[in-house]
Design a binder for this molecule. Structure first.
Ligand SMILES: NC(=O)c1ccc[n+]([C@@H]2O[C@H](COP(=O)([O-])OP(=O)(O)OC[C@H]3O[C@@H](n4cnc5c(N)ncnc54)[C@H](OP(=O)(O)O)[C@@H]3O)[C@@H](O)[C@H]2O)c1
Length: 317
């Protein structure tokens, strides 16, 4: 079958470690697993980390990339794949597809049956394939971890990215006042179109915010602390610009801030996200859709950092 996979690691040039070619059809560890014919998948920054060798070992190569997919199961049902696999051998107690099990950037992916969620009819395969990682992560960051409530304000850092555009759209849909930073003037215009107040990185906001959505890390964390209102929650799920952030401890205790880690979300949260999208007519922000044969170009686009929303692969072409 066709697959996009890590054939080596390259920290400096992750694209050099990518191969788009043929891999054997997926194997199922036991009878609780099934195979999904993938109709659309989406890329995440996670795939670039994998190509750099973060979270994988040489022994695991070649590894099919990809956490996100929507497709059709063996019974003909249209499904969304929940990518978190229970994994007692992993220190986290779970792994994501493409970590210990082959990922979704292939014609087929094997997953536990329990990880299949019905795809709402209103969502296309392309839209549905955007939701399981970036959108689920943003949803959990805002709700379960960020506990965003009535009348609160939210800041989203690095708003052009997959998680960040999701956080902007969801926070607006939940009725919050939303501020968002982006390094790029064009992206700031597009963020404003989504209903947020778009500012340059580091800019002073009109008010202090109650929840900060952090996926950038070192480049923005000091600003996140400065923008936080007393009792605010700074929710961190990524560090694209580096893990070593400066934290002013005086500000942390004086303002009684919470710094919270967040990763992915539960199946219940995915169901909540799908229901919210269906009820409110929310559609993911899609940067670009590429045919599977153009997967290398899709990776180049993600690696350029010049994205606005999700980069999607359409497996029907
Ligand atoms: N823990 C989890 O469960 C989880 C789930 C999903 C993602 N993540 C992590 O969250 C991060 C974002 O993921 P993603 O898939 O949304 O990535 P992405 O689509 O590639 O977006 C990255 C965004 O970061 C922003 N950015 C701001 N300053 C930057 C800088 N100095 N260098 C590079 N980028 C900068 C950019 O926005 P502007 O151009 O607008 O400034 C860029 O669009 C990644 O680190 C990823 O590993 C974690």
């Amino acid at each position: 079958m066709r697959a996009a996979y890590a054939s080596s690691f390259d920290d400096g040039n992750p694209l050099a470690a990518l191969t788009v070619g043929e891999r054997p059809a997926p194997e199922m560890p036991d009878e609780s697993w099934t195979v999904v014919d993938v109709r659309a998948s989406s890329l995440n920054h996670h795939d670039l980390w994998s190509l750099r060798g973060v979270g994988l070992t040489e022994q695991q190569l070649p590894m099919i990339l990809g956490c996100d997919a929507a497709g059709v199961d063996s019974a003909g049902t249209e499904v969304v794949v929940y990518p978190v696999i229970p994994d007692p051998g992993d220190p986290r107690g779970y792994s994501l597809l493409s970590e210990n099990h082959p990922g979704t950037l292939a014609d087929q992916v094997a997953v536990p049956r329990a990880n299949l969620v019905p795809k709402p009819a209103a969502l296309s395969f392309v839209d549905a394939a955007c939701l399981p990682t970036a959108w689920l992560t943003a949803y959990r960051m805002l709700t379960t971890r960020g506990r965003v409530s009535e009348g609160e304000a939210v800041l989203v850092q690095g708003a052009g990215g997959g998680v960040a555009t999701a956080a902007v759209v969801l926070a607006v849909a939940l009725g919050k006042r939303v501020y968002a930073t982006s390094r790029d003037a064009g992206k700031r215009e597009r963020i404003a179109d989504l209903g947020a107040t778009a500012v340059e990185p580091g800019a002073r906001l009109a008010e202090r915010v109650d929840v900060v959505i952090e996926t950038v890390g070192a480049a923005t964390f000091e600003h996140s602390l400065k923008c936080a209102a007393p009792g605010a929650r700074i929710v961190v799920s990524g560090a694209t610009a580096g893990y070593e952030a400066k934290v002013n401890l005086r500000r942390l205790f004086a303002m009684q801030l919470d710094i919270l880690g967040s990763s992915m979300g539960t199946p219940q949260e995915l169901a909540g996200l799908l229901a919210l999208c269906e009820e409110q007519g929310i559609r993911p922000v899609v940067d670009s859709v590429h045919g599977f044969t153009e997967a290398a170009g899709a990776f180049e686009r993600l690696d350029s950092g010049d994205v606005f929303g999700k980069v999607v692969l359409d497996h029907t072409r």
